[in-house]
Write a protein that binds this ligand. Sequence first.
Ligand SMILES: Nc1nc2c(ncn2[C@@H]2O[C@H](COP(=O)(O)OP(=O)(O)O)[C@@H](O)[C@H]2O)c(=O)[nH]1
Ligand SMILES: [Mg+2]
Length: 370
Amino acid sequence: MTGAGETTLPTLVAEFTARKPAALARALSIIENHRADCDALLAALHPRLGRARRVGITGPPGAGKSTLAMRLAARWRSDGLTVGIVAVDPTSPFTGGALLGDRIRMEAVALDPGIFIRSMATRGALGGLAATTREAADVLDAYGFDRVLIETVGVGQSELDIARTADTSVVVLVPESGDSIQTMKAGLMEIADLFVVNKADRPGADRLRQELELMLGLRLGLVYKNVPSHHRVDLRPLNPARAARRAAAEPADAGGRWTPPVLAAVAATGEGIDALASALDAHFDYLGRSGALRVRRRQRLRERVVDAAERRVRSRLWENGAMQTWLESQLDALEAGALTPLAVAEALLARSAARLAESSTERSPDDHRS
Ligand SMILES: Nc1nc2c(ncn2[C@@H]2O[C@H](COP(=O)(O)OP(=O)(O)O)[C@@H](O)[C@H]2O)c(=O)[nH]1
Ligand SMILES: [Mg+2]
């Protein structure tokens, strides 16, 4: 193997195992650029996965996700935990925006070997942005970080896919996003294990919290579920927002359900970060106790196999151009009605069978995963 630059893959893995930061950076570059030995690298790291707690931070651009991530990382560092961060946010890269102005904090972070930040390029992610980000998170996990933070902008399916790869998903909203809540992608609501209303120093934060709690209460049916059935005298209709708030005060109920808490924060000053860290711990405890962690992680593995298989089928079908040419040759018959699209598809698969079954190790590195 030569794809790792001057070093061979076994050397890279050895240096990675010795926790050399340069090896970590190189491993991430191999993943990000889909270099030839990225599959072999991921295979070498696979047995080491699962130690880190993965936390996704998703929300609109400018909501304060990066600021929040830094605060959270600093908080975890003060508990003696190490933190790896992967950020996919073209609008405010980690090295720019808010954090560039905050020299002291950036320097403290840059000098701290217990924090590692990687901003992913969003252009030209060949295997799909979600796949690349997930693999970068794997690398950080394998390296031994206690916490892995994944920052994404909460727009688009790819970002939601990324958020879904975390153990815990935090959705960050700001008062300015209040009006868009109604139109907000249902997906964003669905993935949230925890809501943070950031920029609580601005007007409208309380209202946004109440709206979120109302939506949650209605969606989870807390109005009824929270009324104890044996308290017949207490059957007053409960305000859904209040029910959600009450349920989130003890988010994991006896029935094994988790009610996403709606927290307020001012990431810029660090207000609310302790409560967020505690809520994240509570969620992770809940995941462990309820068995949901194992379910989520097994689901993640299942999806990865499906992803990998589908990606390979697609590239093996079309990579050499012969099938395109053959398909072109069928168009006349299709147009004349002599052949059906389904029949041509079946014939195409039959013609590709040998190619589809080929092992990727028999292939040259450069047709890998295009
Ligand atoms: N007023 C206020 N501004 C904040 C707060 N948190 C972050 N910001 C600012 O919001 C802007 C965007 O922050 P950033 O973390 O880059 O947002 P991201 O795009 O979601 O990652 C920056 O100028 C921050 O300083 C907050 O709690 N209150
Ligand atoms: Mg950001």
